[in-house]
Design a protein around this ligand. Structure first.
Ligand code: SF4
Ligand code: SF4
Length: 132
């Protein structure tokens, strides 16, 4: 899988239609622009913590504790399945105007968005890339 560029939080966005995501070099050439309302916050359902190469990780108790809570280890990252508490059941950000900067910087249609769509919303991704 592609490693999310912002690493710490795959936290997301829900840009409004008036605030479209920026084109990205890794975007699939024929891909339709994803819509956050349809996606319902795939990028707000997990986060990543960089832990470094396995051989170089500190063996301290906190590191061990983190690893025990991780859903998955992906290269130099631990992935945590952890839906944001501000994501509503309808997939909307309930603090959109005051969401963290990391969420504001997340680009709808960018590489991280594409990666999480492929993994968490495979049918929607298929629709966007192939039109079914
Ligand atoms: S993964 Fe992409 S389309 Fe889905 S909510 Fe996040 S930014 Fe929007
Ligand atoms: S604050 Fe809003 S945009 Fe950020 S991860 Fe939570 S629900 Fe998503």
């Amino acid at each position: 899988m592609t490693v999310p560029a912002h690493l710490l939080i795959s936290g997301g966005p829900a840009p409004t239609p008036e605030e479209p995501g920026q084109p990205h070099s890794q975007k699939a050439p024929q891909m339709k622009q994803p819509d956050c309302e349809t996606c319902r916050g795939a990028c707000c359902e997990e986060f990543f913590i960089p832990v470094g190469p396995a051989a170089q990780r500190p063996g301290d108790d906190v590191s061990k504790w983190f690893a025990l809570h991780a859903t998955e280890e992906e290269g130099n990252l631990l992935r945590f399945e952890c839906k944001c508490t501000k994501l509503t059941d309808e997939g909307q950000c309930s603090i959109y105007a005051k969401r963290p900067i990391v969420c504001q910087k997340y680009k709808r249609g960018g590489a991280d968005c594409v990666e999480v769509l492929q993994r968490r919303r495979p049918l929607y991704w298929r629709y966007l890339s192939d039109g079914f």
